[in-house]
Write a protein of this length. Structure first.
Length: 107
């Protein structure tokens, strides 16, 4: 079992900036999400429905994620973590970083 080391944060922090490019999210901005699945044996217990901060050591970035609640549509769609992104380009860059920096993300 892999226990995730993450700091719980105020969920409001996840809507202030896009996760990868760090651009400010202004009123009326379009927001997309990247959902990822974690590998079997990863423990997100106690984090459901909360926002967390994760360290990406290789990228030297700290990113914010939402852990969907058990009964949410995101969780029912198979997502274990959600990230706010501005575009597919940023989403692809974030996904590559997640896969190389965190050994618990499914490709």
């Amino acid at each position: 079992m892999i226990k995730i080391q993450a700091d719980m944060i105020d969920p409001y922090e996840t809507v202030l900036t896009y996760i990868w490019c760090s651009k400010k999210i202004s009123e009326g901005s379009e927001i997309f999400s990247l959902g990822v699945k974690v590998k079997a044996g990863v423990d997100l217990q106690g984090m459901n429905g909360r926002a967390i901060r994760l360290l990406l050591p290789e990228s030297e970035k700290i990113i914010k994620a939402i852990v969907p609640a058990h009964d949410s549509m995101a969780k029912k769609d198979g997502n274990d973590l959600l990230f706010a992104i501005c575009s597919s380009k940023c989403g692809e860059a974030l996904k590559l970083a997640l896969q190389s920096d965190l050994n618990f993300i499914k490709p």
